[in-house]
Design a protein around this ligand. Structure first.
Ligand code: SF4
Ligand code: SF4
Length: 219
């Protein structure tokens, strides 16, 4: 069955072509409104904290090497299967796992942030860098050196000390501070605390309930 839409038109609307007048009125209004287009790349957009952009491996300031401990959680959590890690055990350091190579095929990444969420030591991050388009595939197939260099560049352009940098996606939502791995128990700015983002709504509700119970108030 075919249904045809027949708009109702009065004879006045037909004579005066009301739609044309409406269109012209809209054009006239837009002529005097503030433009919403941005003249990129001259005008840069404001990037919010927690934006999931270019990947980086955080460099440990103590050793100058990656903070990664080769636990493979990021590779297992990655839904795009675009993380490859090679590591070996160092017998001289009580079988500590050392990273030989860490690769991310960024063209396959869906920027879900799972890798940084599951990382227990905050070694992998999605930085706030979004301008890294390239003409060749190899430039966006990051190896360990490139990922460390990405971090160095990002850290150099940050307006705050690297130690204070907290990407909210490093902290899984809904988990209390004490439930997080030690490496993730970092102080956060107020805008990312409580109801805003970090601890999650469910945790906050439970926390409020516990606080009420301690105070002897039924909820
Ligand atoms: S952001 Fe998601 S898709 Fe991209 S590398 Fe991390 S886990 Fe994989
Ligand atoms: S989860 Fe973190 S520590 Fe574990 S392999 Fe991935 S980057 Fe390295």
């Amino acid at each position: 069955m075919q249904i045809q839409y027949k708009p109702k038109r009065t004879w006045l609307a037909t004579i005066f072509q009301v739609e044309i007048l409406q269109g012209m009125a809209l054009t006239l209004r837009r002529l005097f409104s503030k433009p919403i287009t941005r003249q990129y790349p001259e005008e840069k957009p404001q990037i919010k904290t927690g934006f999931r952009g270019q990947h980086a491996l955080v460099r440990d300031p103590a050793t100058g090497l990656t903070k990664c401990i080769g636990c493979m959680r990021c590779a297992m959590a990655c839904p795009s299967r675009c993380i490859r890690i090679r590591s070996h055990k160092d017998k001289e350091q009580w079988n500590r796992r050392l990273i030989d190579d860490y690769r991310i095929e960024a063209l396959r990444c869906v920027y879900c942030g799972y890798c940084e969420e599951v990382c227990p030591v905050n070694a992998i991050v999605l930085t706030e860098v979004f301008e890294y388009a390239a003409y060749d595939r190899q430039s966006i197939f990051f190896n360990m050196e490139q990922l460390l260099a990405n971090w160095d560049r990002f850290a150099a352009q940050m307006n705050q000390p690297v130690a204070d940098y907290v990407n909210p996606f490093w902290r899984p939502r809904g988990l209390a501070e004490h439930s997080l791995p030690v490496g993730k128990r970092m102080s956060v700015t107020p805008e990312w605390s409580g109801e805003q983002q970090v601890v999650g709504r469910k945790w906050q509700q439970r926390h409020n309930q516990e606080e009420s119970c301690k105070g002897g108030v039924d909820v």
